[in-house]
Design a protein. Sequence first.
Length: 111
Amino acid sequence: MSADAGYGSEANLAALRKRKISAYIAVGRAKHPTRSPRHNGPLARAMATKLKRGGKRSRYRLRKQLPEPVFGQIKHARGFRQFLLRGVKKVSEEWALICTAHNLTKLMARA
């Protein structure tokens, strides 16, 4: 299992250990490590060691090959933070428009 730092609490790590689930969960931001008590427990320190030990071959790094970067690019580079319309149909159409703009921008950068 792989998850963002938002799920990296001691309670969550303990529950995963109890269920014998092998997990890779960030315990803070890579460029701006957190010092909160939430990420300073023994299980969080063990997870941080596990992530560092994997290095470039870490399974957690596989997230970069998934859609995860696309959402970050749309959120950061395109400035999309929330939907402007309401309703499933309208939100679906708005999302399709945002994805189309993102894909066209990527295509134009390659040309």
